[in-house]
Write a protein that binds this ligand. Structure first.
Ligand code: ZN
Length: 296
């Protein structure tokens, strides 16, 4: 493990950006997690990958940056603790900028690769099924298919990918995002599923021998968001990753005190539950359930 960047900090030891590198030469794949400090599933997934790569002869180079926002992770915080800025909004970064901008630039440099993959989770209030977010077509879309996570969301260019993934794409690299779980919580099943998706990509890039069987996820280009029309206490009736039928009960918004039903939420279309509100206190217009609509 090497320290590829460091930064003085005012009240504790210096910040260090760590990178684990396996193999040498090309092709190069870079994996980045923990841009949001509390998104620990990505850290766990990359640590599973590291323990596997240690046992193998790796062709080409695989870089792992398992925890970029280490200070945030220590405090269970998504953002950079000192100024509460979102590191993912600091890309492409600047050498003479604020701390998050300097870290962002260092992450871009340290993840120079042919294929770049970022791992994220939902927010602390939302559990997301393990899924890939990729463009509609091209090499990143193909890698999303190969990862074979439960859902591969092919997104049109009107959904602008900013942050690290957007900066990678702007630099001409093949970039995709793998997401699963929620902020502030370690979900071992989700982390394992994400790691298996990464292994399939590493095998397809011929860094390692193939050890994972193909998965059987669904591809979608369309999602439907069910939102609360009034505030309350949301009790879900489905799980993330579950297939739902049109009209199926998804959950009930209840009175926080007393529990009387205020709003019953039914699936407007058949699909797979991509994201589910798990922190129950909701305000009007907040998203409760996101359903991915599989391609025909
Ligand atoms: Zn995030």
């Amino acid at each position: 493990m090497s320290v590829v960047f460091s930064l003085e900090s005012p009240y504790r030891g210096e910040y260090r950006l760590h990178r684990l590198t396996f193999g040498s030469g090309g092709p190069v794949t870079a994996l980045v997690a923990g841009i949001h400090g509390n998104e620990v599933n990505g850290i766990q997934a990359l640590n599973l990958i590291a323990s596997m790569l240690r046992l193998q002869r790796v062709a080409g180079t695989v870089h792992l940056l398992p925890c970029v926002n280490l200070f945030g992770a220590e405090e269970a915080r998504k953002r950079w603790p000192f100024d509460d800025r979102d590191l993912n909004e600091a890309f492409p970064g600047a050498a003479d900028g604020s701390p998050v901008e300097r870290i962002a630039l260092a992450v871009l440099d340290a993840s120079e690769a042919d294929v770049c993959i970022e791992l994220q989770t939902g927010s602390a209030a939302v559990h997301e099924a393990p899924h890939a977010r990729v463009p509609l077509t091209g090499p990143a879309a193909e890698l999303g298919r190969i990862a074979a996570l439960p859902i591969c969301w092919r997104r049109s260019s009107d959904r602008i990918d900013d942050g690290l993934v957007g900066a990678w794409r702007a630099a001409g690299r093949t970039a995709l995002e793998l997401r699963g779980g929620r902020g502030g919580a370690l979900d071992l099943d989700d982390a394992r599923t994400l790691a298996r998706g990464v292994v399939r990509i590493l095998a397809a890039a011929e860094h390692i021998g193939s050890t994972e069987r193909p998965g059987d996820g669904v591809a979608c280009t369309t999602v439907h968001d069910h939102r609360a029309t009034l505030g309350g206490f949301f009790v879900p009736e489905v799980r993330v990753g579950e297939r739902v039928a049109e009209g199926q009960l998804l959950g009930v918004v209840r009175a926080p005190l007393g529990g009387e039903p205020r709003e019953v939420v039914h699936a407007s279309t058949a699909g797979v539950v991509l994201a589910l509100r798990v922190y129950p206190m909701v305000h009007a217009s907040e998203r409760l359930v996101r359903v991915a609509i599989p391609e025909e």
